[in-house]
Every structure is written in structure tokens, then in C-alpha cells.
Design a protein around this ligand. Sequence first.
Ligand code: ARG
Length: 462
Amino acid sequence: MSRLRGRFAGEVDELMHEITSSLEIDLEMAEEDIRGSLAHARMLGETGVISAENAASIRQGLEQVLAEYTSGAWVPEPVHDDIHMAVEARLTELIGPVGGKLHTARSRNDQVATDVRLWLRAELTRLDAELADLVRVLLDRVEADGQSLMPGYTHLQRGQPILLGHHLLAHAWVLQRDRERLADCLLRVNQCPLGGCAMAGTAHPIDRQRTAELLDFPAVMENAMDAIAARDHLQETAAVCAIVMTNLSRMAEELVLWSSAEYGLVRVGEEHATGSSIMPQKRNPDGAEIIRGKTGRVLGDLQALLVLVKGLPMAYNRDLQEERGPLFDALRQAHLSVQLMAAMWRQLSVASDRFEVDLVDDFSLATELADAMVEAGVPFRQAHEAVGELVQLCEAEGAANLAPIRRHTDRLPSAVAGRLDELLDPRAAAERRTSQGGTAWVEVERQVALLRAEVESVQNHP
Ligand code: ARG
């Protein structure tokens, strides 16, 4: 049944076949496998390693295998160890023993490495486009609802009033940096391992540059052993996915929080909310929760890839076959999550006046008082202390806000006491922060223009 049994007297054990076969997961990159073979066959023909006629019939056969596979006319049989053996078997069925020449000057080691790189290149390119879309959606949202006032938090304690646009830009910038990370990773993914053979290269006069060129790889991997043994590009890809997911997860956590009655800043679209089997009124932000949950899963994928490789001696070890589960999963979850996050932001509604009044009713404007005292000549440390004491006084009088200070203006420099209305206005507090990167609307608008230009100028595809 199985091939590659020439040196054995009998067949492989059934359980052994089941545990060692990678065919099922390989199907994800079946087309890449055939395309890699098409390039290899062409190079073999051009260099004279095999005759031009043989190369031509192998290529014709491979084109047919590809057509049959994509139309569903041919389904790789589970008897084969992996996609490489299945394709070769079908090719040989179609064109006869000359199909056996395809594997000249090649090993499944450089073949699988090539397939994964071709697959990854397309996936990373798609993920980048999805990330760019998410950044654009966030920028649109900043323009639409960005002037909404909200509390800025540290330690999840109200700190200073800010604009929603300022907050959303913080998420948008890190996602743009994710795109930079991805582009950098893509440079290392996009190198050709084909021709590395088992690990040592070959005595046949192959032309690795030509194969690379046929597969649109800008560079050949210099060392044949590195070409087949390296998996750092997989780890790096999973790390990029993991970082993207942690960024999405922070945003998801906020969407969950902001959707609560207590916060009430956003309402996710109906198409992204779910109900309850018992509580008829529920409108749960499950999409955001799932993204937060998937983040743990992708962090696990990265961990799996790191641990998989750590103890392996050079060069190929069969353990490496386990790479595809976590790698494919990390990308699948990242694609889904980035797309869903963009869709949720497109549909959700913002209660733009939610915090307009509410922010007067807390201590978020304490920094304004301290800053105003600084303008009146008080050193900041002293001003901080004095306002702290005023907060204590307000609390002692049973207030949860700064309102009682209007009865204690004697404790403020007169220049500050005379400005209380303006100082206790949360919107004025946000708009005062015009320093570069500050929360004032002028700065938000400036960043939107800047980030939009960056998003459009960097389109990562090889
Ligand atoms: N199915 C194998 C994998 O995914 C292909 C490479 C097999 N190489 C070998 N030396 N047994 O890694």
C-alpha cells in the first residue's frame, strides 16, 4: 500500500500510519505543493537534469493534477503519507513512470519547507490587508464619534477626561505597528528553500536561483541545511499573530465593558450580539468575548511552535510535521478575529453624550486644579498636595466630586478661584491638552491624517 517501503519486507503498522500521516492537514497547502513541483520540473528541464520532453510531460501532468484537485475530480487518498506522495502518485498514474523523475534533486524536506513558505506568504499578505481595513474602520469611527467625551483610565480608576477619538487612536497606532512587524516577518518568510534537498544540497546541476524566480521568491536560502531545518519564520509568524491577538483582546475587553449598563458607551450591532436561552432581554457582546478567548488559543499556538523546535538537533526531524496545526490555527484565528473586530466597529453605535454630564460628577478634574495652581506660580508638587487635601475635604463632606470646593475658595489662589467654572468643565479639560499626541481634538485630527497616510502608503505584499 504505502510507498517508500523498498528496504522493508512488509507494510507499515496501521496505527503507525495514522499517527505519522500528515495528509489531512497538508490539504490546506495542496495547491502550493503542486505549484512548487511545476517550478522544480521546469528548472530540471531547463538545466538538463532531466530531458526537456520529460519536463514537459511532467508539467502537463501536474497541471492536470492541479485542475483535478481544484475541481474536486481528484481527492488525495488517505493511503498516502502526505500531500507530496499523493501528488506524485496521481502524476504517475496519469503519465506513467516518467512521473518518478520529478523527485530528482529534491527531498520532501525542502518540498514541505517550500509549500509552507508559499502558503504563509499569501496568508500574511491577506492578514495585512485585513489589518489595514481595521485601522481604516477605526479612523472612520474617530471621525464620526471621536469628539465624544469619556473618562481616561489608569488602574481602571478615572483619571482625566479624554475624547473617544484619542482612545481609539491608541488602538489604531499599535495595529499599524503590527503591520510593520508583519512586513518584516514577510521578508524572512519570502525566501526559497527549494534545492536544499534532504539537507546537503545535490550533485545534480540544478539552478536554485531559477526555481526561486519561478516561484516569485526574491532570494534563495543560502545554506541547504538551514533551508530545510529552520522554523524561526513560523515562530515569528505565530508571534506576530499572538501580538495582533493581544491587541485585539484589549479592545475586545473594552467593548465588553463599554457595552455594560454601568458603562453604556457602546451598543454592538444586532448582527454581532447574541441572546440568552433564559433571560429574554439579553444582548450579549459575544463576538468581542470570543476574540478575547481566541487570544489565549493563539498564544498557545506560539508556545507550541517554540517548544516543538527547542530540542531538535539539525536537520530534519519528523517532529517538525506537527508545525502545521498550530501555525494554520494561529493564522485562521487571527484572520477571523481581525475581520470580526472591523465588522463590529463598522456596525456598533456610540452613545456620544453618555459622559458629558457624568464627568462633572467625579474627581477627574483634579489635575485641572493643580495645573491652574501651577499657572498661578505654585510648584506642581505643592499644588498636587493641596488639591489632594481638597479631594479629602470633599469626601469628608460626603461628596464624590469636586463641587464642595466652591465653598472653600479661600484655599485656592484667587486666580484659580476665579476660573472654577472653566476648570470644572470636562470638555474644556480635554480640549486644553493640545501638546503633541494629546487628547485635544486638533491633535486627534492631526493624527488621523497622519495615520491615514501611513496606512495607504504601506501595503504589504511581496
Ligand atoms: N510529511 C512530512 C512533513 O510534513 C514531509 C517531510 C518528510 N521528510 C522526511 N524526512 N520524512 O514534514
